[in-house]
Design a protein around this ligand. Sequence first.
Ligand code: GTP
Ligand code: SPV
Ligand code: MN
Length: 612
Amino acid sequence: MTLLNAADVPTATPHRVPETTRADVLAFVADIARLTKPAAIHWCDGSLAEREAVLSELVAAGTIEKLNDDLRPNSYLARSDESDVARVESRTFICSESEKDAGPTNNWADPDEMRATLGGLFTESMRGRTMYVVPFLMGPVGSPVTRVGIEITDSPYVVASMGIMTRMGRIALDVIEAGADWVKAVHSVGAPLEHGEADVAWPSNPTKYITHFPETREIWSFGSAYGGNALLGKKSFALRIASAMARDEGWLAEHMMLVKVTSPEGQIAHIAAAFPSACGKTNFAMMQPTLPGWTVETLGDDIVWMWVDDDGRLRGINPEAGFFGVAPGTGMKTNPVAMQTLWGNTLFTNVARTDDGDVWWEGMSKPVPQHLTDWRGQSWTPESGTPAAHPNSRFTVAIDQCPSAASEWNDPRGVVIDAIVFGGRRSDTMPLVVEARSWEHGVYLGATMASERTAAAEGVVGELRRDPFAMAPFTGYNVGDHWSHWLHIGERLAASGTQPHIFHVNWFRRDSDGSFLWPGFGDNIRVVQWMMDRLAGRVGASDSPIGALPRLGDLTLDGLDMTIEAAHQILTVDSDEIRADARDAHNLFASVGDTVPAALMRENARTLQLCD
Ligand code: GTP
Ligand code: SPV
Ligand code: MN
């Protein structure tokens, strides 16, 4: 057993002996300790005792508070700094050797220059803090796409969160010990403490850098402790770095939820859906169908890794082990499964607290409580005129607590994907559902997806932006190459005759008065039913410039409080709107330039042609 050379880190005392003989792991930890000069080093084993110790430490530091054990057992509420509440896309960088490899959807930075910048920022950045070594697995043990990472962090909040979101600790170190390659992830809140200096509840730094080195498979994140900025297994590894790995190795890492749907007749379909942040993946993943006899079981709510199996079929796993879900809008009416999942053992961030020590957020219940402590820690009443919970407040909870979790969620073989769904938040233009004409056309629909901005990232909420594959902030390489990669995977699937069907949905069409035209949530099963009828070849469709639309009678609409006019409005498309949208998509292609696959240019031209 090799011990960290403590002489290099004068103030550091390892809490436990690192149980690895891997020289590369030990060197990484020693190097980062030498650079960041923490007061102590803790190797995480993922045990319950460790989890409790970390949570106690967070309570003592004032980062989290324990909720009422009778109402919300073993659960905690964190309040972040007001300037650290969402992903910071403008501070997120892809540092590939060549700028072109980052493409127009990413901020590129020269890797050498970024390394120099980071070297300065991380120098002694952990002074006065404990440096945690967090080994984690993305994926179940034994899957062909499962990968390993080690996140070094000075945030115990990140440790507690990674313990829920990933298979963390000894289980991951064992895989590394057995010889696996692993991804380096370094995270610091960037708030060193002088000797005797009092800490703040949510240490962070106004200067933020979320950086990725796809060639060397490294992540360096500085200044934020929030969500995807800091839980580096999630967007940074499982999407940005993994997408680059997947391109090189012939698989897919995508921003998707994954479910198993069973019809009353016993037809089973596994459906993967890519929607941008805060556009309904978690809700789809936990859907409680309103049509009798249907079940939806949850496999994942945010990320899917897919590969072509030995039989030439597309298979997928969820690499995560927990949900980091949007709280506002989650209630017994909209998402009862999430509400049941959150009964306890949950870490909430930036939601409001009730006077009896439970949590609350907008959309959780009617009536609204008369008094709360809001996400900023201020006294709140319905007259306050501000949201009690931050719009991007979240819950962090393990999948195995989810009553609708499919038994396959932890199966290393994954599931065969039958349908792929793209979708965005569009007040107009896009219909409730449309099926792509072909794989190429489906890739076109994914590539040209657009959505109105949400609070999940900085920016003006409501503004329409193109978000190809819901991956605009997450593809770790050139977006045009991502589209080519999808076309290539499609060719491999075509060889075995097993291409999944591709659909596009929009739950968010609005009336002229601004209200949603479609009830959404559990009623989305009506759309899934049509998809499964299409998979089975049981139902026809009407052609449109963007693909096959259900005819009014094809969709089960009984029991809905909806006028025929409204139904007609969401099930049809307007050629002028589609033409304008296709022209805008053409602008996107022009900005991407020569990496746009010819097949997608053809689909764009065809769409415009069909509008005439
Ligand atoms: P990320 O975790 O940011 O990737 O988000 P997500 O895609 O998982 O979105 P989520 O399911 O958490 O939903 C985000 C918001 O959209 C919540 O406020 C939901 O209540 C709302 N929402 C989800 N599904 C529907 C729907 O079918 N109709 C309507 N109107 N709102 C929905
Ligand atoms: C998203 O924004 O898509 C999320 C939340 O899933 S975060 O992990 O912060 O990126
Ligand atoms: Mn997401």
